[in-house]
Design a protein around this ligand. Structure first.
Ligand code: UFG
Length: 343
């Protein structure tokens, strides 16, 4: 049984469905503060909060957990700048609770939902896992703190603990069967906000700055389909499993020195293609057939100008190969979901 914390949220729910499709049993733990009960259509569900150690412990007592995929976190860059303590407490401190309970229950496989935000303003594009880690917003900092905690956890339990941190770029798109999709409240992400405009639910999309050092002046991001991200989790888990019958020297996490950047179990998940905010708007216009009203406003604090992934390590080591890397496909699946969910 795999425990999915935050499995009622956008990415966690897609991972839950994908795991189910591949024959895994799952239990979802979610406090439903931002996730949705309707999104948990597969496996078991227990409502509760990872700030509550007794509650987490009860899940490990009830189910035979072989590994944990950890998504429960606040994820909005803009909000994290306004309320940093909220991010450090929930994303970092509560993850320590989870790791403690795992250790006490002898559960030692962990897949962590990390982020491209750990890089801050990258020195090189595309960004490799070895680039400097210098997050410029509390969200990215809170996720980097967890990556460091995982390294520490490994030192406590070097022969047993196995983990993978997946640094996603811009998760986007929706389930191909339209069962689940992006449904944040309030919504802050670019594609669903543009689709709201296409549906007439918002007047216009605000473009956060057009004076960046990019060809059209707007920020460039690497949009990666949520189903591909979900596949990345399964591949990462299988990779950890592949070390099960080997001796401790073959732990994927200990074949490196103590430098976080040299760990081979940290993977970027992105397409390697960058699209500007204006290009995303144009693609949404093409797919929806609607003209999108826009207004350029001030930059949003905490936004780097360009984030594009080098995901070669995930291709080579995990054999991960994104299937829905095309922006039009991403927007098309989002649009199908958006029309169904927000009609
Ligand atoms: N943007 C706008 N107007 C909006 C919303 C967004 O111009 O109304 C711009 C942003 O400034 C940014 C781009 O669109 O340049 C994408 O913004 P999102 O809010 O959709 O996503 P972020 O890039 O801020 O963050 C996302 C995830 C993070 C993750 C990051 C990694 O939310 O969890 O991608 O690249 F860390």
């Amino acid at each position: 049984m795999i425990l999915i914390t935050g499995g009622a949220g956008y990415i966690g729910a897609h991972v839950n469905k994908e795991l189910h499709n591949e024959g895994y049993d799952t239990v979802v733990l979610d406090n439903l503060s931002s996730g949705h009960k309707y999104a948990v259509n597969w496996g078991e569900f227990r409502e509760g909060d990872i700030s509550n150690i007794n509650f987490i412990d009860s899940i490990f007592n009830e189910f035979d957990i072989e590994g944990v995929m950890h998504f429960a976190a606040f994820t909005s860059v803009g909000e994290s700048v306004k309320y940093p303590a909220k991010y450090f407490k929930n994303n970092y401190k509560n993850t320590l609770n989870l790791l403690k309970v795992m250790r006490e229950n002898n559960v030692n496989k962990f897949i962590f939902s990390s982020t491209a935000s750990v890089y801050g303003i990258p020195k090189n594009i595309p960004i490799t896992e070895n680039d400097i880690l210098n997050p410029i917003n509390p969200y990215g900092k809170s996720k980097l703190m967890v990556e460091l905690a995982l390294e520490r956890e490994l030192k406590l339990n070097p022969n047993n603990f196995k983990y993978s941190a997946l640094r996603y770029f811009n998760a986007s798109g929706a389930d191909i069967d339209c069962d689940i999709g992006e449904d944040h409240n309030p919504e802050t992400h670019l594609i669903p906000l543009i689709l709201d405009v296409a549906m007439g639910k918002r007047d216009k999309i605000k473009i956060f700055g057009d004076d960046y050092n990019t060809p059209d002046g707007t920020c460039i991001r690497d949009y990666i389909h949520v189903k591909d991200i979900a596949q990345g989790h399964i591949k990462a888990f299988e990779y950890l499993n592949s070390f099960d019958n080997l001796d401790s020297n073959s732990n994927p996490n200990t074949n490196s020195n103590s430098n976080l950047n040299s760990l081979t179990n940290i993977f970027n998940l992105g397409n390697g293609n960058g699209f500007s905010v204006k290009e995303v708007i144009e693609t949404c216009e093409k797919i929806t057939g609607e003209e999108i009203k826009k207004e350029v406003v001030d930059r949003r604090e905490g936004d780097p100008s360009i984030l594009i992934a080098d995901s070669k390590r995930a291709f080579d080591i995990l054999n991960w190969d994104p299937e829905y890397s095309d922006l039009e496909k991403i927007v098309e699946t989002s649009w199908n979901w958006h029309k169904k969910c927000f009609k």
